[in-house]
Design a protein around this ligand. Structure first.
Ligand SMILES: *Cc1c(COP(=O)(O)O)cnc(C)c1O
Length: 502
C-alpha cells in the first residue's frame, strides 16, 4: 500500500531489488536471471467507466497506458498510440465487439496480420524506439523472437524497416499452419530474418531465452554495436497495450447500454502463453468490474490442471492441435500471476520457477490458491472445438477461428456447470481466414478436397465476410526466407546474421 503513493516502477519477479523504469523494462525485455518485469503496483483507472464509454480506442489506450508507462511524456505516448492504431487496422474501432449467439465476441484480429498479436505488436516498435531515445541507447536493437505462429508474423510486420532495429524470428518448422508459415516467409524488409527450427515451440522459446540470459553473448554483441531485445509476450511493452482492449470492451458495452455502469462481466480468453488473460487480470485489478476470468485451453491443458489442482506440470506429451498458437506447455506469463498471488514474494516465486526448470513441475500452497478465485479454467478437445465452429455457424452464420472456438466451447462448459448468465466477452484471437482449412473442415469435411486458396474464397462466400488484405497479399507474395536449423544451432545462426565472428 505504501508503494502506491510512489511512482510506479518495474521489479523483477525473481529479485524485487532489480528495478527498472517502464522504458528500461521495455528495452530489456527479460530481467536478469530470467525474471519478468512486473509493475510495483497495479494502478487504478483514473477516469470513470462512463467517461471511458465516450472515448475512441486511441483515447482509452492513452488513459490506460499512461498509468503504466510513467516515464513516457504525454506527447511520446500519444505519438506511439497514433502511429500504431491507424489505417493498418481495417476498422476504425480497432477492436470490434459483436454480439453473436450467447456472447460478445471481442474481435482482436482487425490488424495487419489478422490475429490479436497485432494489438500489441503494432505499438511495440514505437514504444521501443522511443524508449531507446529516452535512454540514450546507441546500439542497434536486435529483436529476437520465438513464435508458435502468430507472434512471429505480427512482430515482423511491426518491426519491418523500422530504423535502428533488426528482427530475427524462430518458428517450429513443423508446428505452424501453412498460411502462418507463408505469411512469415514472405515478409519484406531488409532487417527481417525468419528461421524454421527442427523442434517445437518450447524448444524455440528455450533457445531464445538461453541467448537472452547469456551474459557473455551480450558483451560480444555490445562490442559489435548490437543489443538484444524481446518482442515476446514477456515484454511489458506487449502486456500493457493488451490491458487496453478489455477496458475498451467494457466501455463499449456501457456505451451501447448493454450493461449499466459497474455491472460485472465475464471474460473468456483462449490461452497459450498466458499473456492475454494476464492483461485481463490486470484490467480487473485496475478496477474493471470483472466477475470471472475464464481461461480456455486446448488439449495441451497444463493450465486447466493447474487451476484444478494447484500443481503445474509440464511433464506430458506435447500435442499438435488445430489451435497451434495455444500449443504450449510452459506458459511464461503465468510467472507474473504466481508472483502476485504469492503476495509479490520474489523468493517464493524464484523457488517455484527453479523447481519448474529442474523437474518440470511445481505446486503452489493453499494460501496462494485462495487468491485464484477470479479464475475458472477448462479446456476443449479437438472434437469439441470443431463442434463449436459448426454449431455457431449453423445457428447464427458467424464463423469463428479455431482458437476463438476453444474459448466458446469452454464458455459453454462454464455455463452448464454454473448457470451463470453474466454478460460475457470472448476474446476472439484470430480471423477464421488464418486457419481456413481447420475451420472449413469443422463446418463440413467435404471442403477438405479444396486447395488452401480456394478454401479462402469459399469461406468468404459462406460467411459473407470479405477476404482480409493480409490474406489476399500472400497469395502472390514470393518466398524470401527459407532457412532451417537445429535447436542447438540457433545461436550460430544469430551470429552469422549479425556478421559476428566467435
Ligand atoms: C498467441 C495466441 C493465443 C494465446 O495468447 P497468449 O497471450 O499466449 O495466452 C491465442 N490465440 C491466438 C490466435 C494467438 O495468436
Amino acid at each position: 500500500m505504501k508503494e502506491a503513493e510512489l511512482d510506479l516502477i518495474y521489479r523483477s519477479t525473481r529479485n524485487r531489488e532489480e528495478t527498472a523504469t517502464a522504458s528500461q523494462a521495455i528495452l530489456r525485455g527479460l530481467a536478469v536471471e530470467g525474471g519478468l518485469y512486473v509493475p510495483s503496483y497495479i494502478p487504478k483507472l483514473a477516469c470513470s467507466l462512463a467517461e471511458l464509454s465516450a472515448m475512441s480506442y486511441q483515447q482509452v489506450a492513452y488513459e490506460v497506458m499512461k498509468l503504466f508507462l510513467c516515464d513516457f511524456t504525454e506527447e511520446e505516448l500519444k505519438y506511439c498510440i497514433n502511429h500504431a492504431y491507424d489505417q493498418k487496422f481495417d476498422t476504425e474501432n480497432i477492436a470490434e465487439l459483436v454480439r453473436k449467439d450467447d456472447a460478445y465476441f471481442l474481435e482482436l484480429f482487425h490488424g495487419s496480420t489478422v490475429a490479436f498479436k497485432d494489438m500489441a505488436l503494432s505499438i511495440l516498435p514505437y514504444l521501443m524506439t522511443t524508449s531507446a531515445k529516452k535512454n540514450q541507447i546507441q546500439e542497434e536493437i536486435v529483436i529476437l523472437t520465438a513464435t508458435s505462429g502468430d507472434t512471429g508474423k505480427a512482430a515482423l510486420a511491426g518491426f519491418a524497416d523500422v530504423e535502428g532495429t533488426k528482427i530475427i524470428v524462430f518458428y517450429p518448422k513443423h508446428g505452424v499452419s501453412p498460411i502462418q508459415e507463408k505469411q512469415m516467409v514472405t515478409q519484406r524488409g531488409d532487417n527481417t530474418f525468419v528461421i524454421g527450427i527442427e523442434g517445437n515451440f518450447d524448444d524455440a522459446q528455450t533457445g531464445v531465452k538461453k541467448m537472452f540470459s547469456d551474459g557473455e553473448l551480450a558483451r560480444t554483441l555490445a562490442k559489435n554495436g548490437y543489443r538484444f531485445s524481446s518482442a515476446n509476450s514477456i515484454n511489458i511493452g506487449r502486456l500493457v497495450p493488451q490491458v487496453v482492449y478489455y477496458v475498451y470492451a467494457y466501455a463499449q458495452l456501457l456505451a451501447r447500454k448493454e450493461i449499466q455502469e459497474n455491472d460485472l462481466i465475464n471474460v473468456v480468453v483462449p490461452t497459450g502463453n498466458f499473456g492475454n488473460i494476464l492483461a485481463a487480470y490486470y484490467a480487473s485489478l485496475m478496477g474493471l468490474p470483472v466477475a470471472k476470468l475464464i481461461c480456455a485451453s486446448n488439449e495441451n491443458k497444463v493450465l486447466f490442471d493447474f487451476f484444478k489442482s494447484g500443481c503445474y506440470d509440464r511433464n506430458r506429451e506435447f500435442i499438435l492441435t488445430s489451435s497451434p498458437s495455444m500449443d504450449i506447455l510452459i506458459s511464461s506469463n503465468l510467472e507474473r500471476l504466481i508472483y502476485r498471488i504469492a503476495g509479490d514474494d520474489d523468493e517464493k516465486n524464484l523457488q517455484l520457477m527453479q523447481e519448474l526448470s529442474k523437474t518440470g513441475t511445481y505446486r503452489i500452497d493453499e494460501e496462494m490458491r485462495s487468491n485464484l478465485d477470479i479464475f475458472y479454467g477448462n479446456y476443449a478437445d479437438e472434437k469439441e472445438t470443431a463442434e463449436a465452429i459448426k454449431s455457431v455457424y449453423e445457428h447464427v452464420g458467424y464463423v469463428m477461428d479455431t482458437h476463438t472456438a476453444v474459448g466458446k466451447s469452454v464458455y459453454e462448459k462454464y455455463r452448464e456447470e454454473t448457470g451463470d448468465e453474466t454478460p460475457t466477452v470472448i476474446a476472439s484471437t484470430a480471423s477464421p481466414f488464418k486457419f481456413t482449412r481447420s475451420v472449413m473442415n469443422a463446418i463440413d469435411p467435404a471442403y477438405d478436397a479444396q486447395s488452401d486458396f480456394s478454401l479462402i474464397d469459399t469461406l468468404s462466400e459462406i460467411s459473407h465476410v470479405a477476404i482480409p488484405a493480409a490474406i489476399e497479399d500472400i497469395r502472390t507474395a514470393p518466398v524470401l526466407h527459407d532457412r532451417v536449423c537445429k535447436t542447438e544451432q540457433m545461436c550460430d545462426v544469430v551470429m552469422e546474421i549479425l556478421g559476428i565472428q566467435h
